[in-house]
Design a protein around this ligand. Sequence first.
Ligand SMILES: NC(=O)c1ccc[n+]([C@@H]2O[C@H](COP(=O)([O-])OP(=O)(O)OC[C@H]3O[C@@H](n4cnc5c(N)ncnc54)[C@H](OP(=O)(O)O)[C@@H]3O)[C@@H](O)[C@H]2O)c1
Length: 332
Amino acid sequence: MKAAFIEQTGAPDVIQYGDLSDPTPGASEVLVKVGAVAVNPIDTYLRAGIVAMPFEFPYIIGSDVAGTVEAVGSNVTRFQPGDRVWGSNQGFFGRPGTFAEYAAIDEQWLYPTPDEQCDEQAAAGALTGITAHLGLFLHAGLREGEIVFVNGGTGGVGSAVVQFAKAAGARVIATVGSDEKRKLCETLGADLVLDYHSSTLDDEIRAFAESNGGLDIWWETQREPSFDRTVGLMKKRGRIVLMAGRDARPAFPVGPFYVNELRLVGFAMFNASPDEQSECADEMNHWAASGQWKPLIGEALPLADAAKAHQLQEANTLQKQGSLTGKIVLKP
Ligand SMILES: NC(=O)c1ccc[n+]([C@@H]2O[C@H](COP(=O)([O-])OP(=O)(O)OC[C@H]3O[C@@H](n4cnc5c(N)ncnc54)[C@H](OP(=O)(O)O)[C@@H]3O)[C@@H](O)[C@H]2O)c1
């Protein structure tokens, strides 16, 4: 089969596109004929060797996938050939990735694809959607009527946080970097969309949340959080969600943090158990069917362009180029 893989870690050009043997599904695995895959920032960290996880070379890159079941192992109970499926969490902890024509995936990491989603959409929303769901509900305990602030409301994770918070009955403030993204963020349902370049940004957040006593949840997508700023905008017993910035070591305002009984929750989606991720997937599928979950696609490429896709992802996540609106999806 054709696959995008690496033989060593390094810059995007270490990604090769070529022939590898077809995988054979184990007893609990499903052989998926891949319809679409999507790029996540963590794919680029693994490829670069910035985040160390065990893997064998040649290592097939990629975490997200959507496609059609081709065959199932003898112990598989939930799927049969012909079913449409999506999943994430591949390429981690020694598991091979998804950027290939076929992937053998344990059934515990796969979910049925709703009729309302094509493979590109299901792949685009996989890791980002599970991340948003875990953070909002398992970690931050979002309740109906609360105010959620999302820093980066049209990014991969941020656009899912906006949509899920609205689906759960929250009021949402989100930031964007351009007018074009403001319009998009409004269509996702955000109640107030602000430009993160604005010099009056915090005053505008404060004014919106004033009657509530401040923000209930601050979702930080940026790798350099400023706690001095964030803590001052929070409501008593509010929750600050952190999920990016491994090397960040910001100052921390201890006094106002504990006096206001705030909570700081950090998490990485790949630590969530299969059952926890599956609960997220069930609700995401429900929201996809009801039209409340529409993953954003910014760029569609052939799988042969995997190296180009990694360059584009890095230019946006690391160099903050702002040229991407939605996920990069690739098709074998
Ligand atoms: N812990 C986990 O489980 C987990 C899971 C997924 C991702 N992550 C991490 O989360 C981060 C975001 O991932 P992603 O896939 O959502 O990335 P992404 O799609 O590249 O989104 C980046 C977002 O940052 C926004 N942004 C850029 N400059 C900003 C600024 N100065 N102030 C506020 N927002 C700004 C962008 O807005 P514009 O486009 O409007 O400029 C965009 O919305 C990455 O570091 C990734 O590694 C962690």
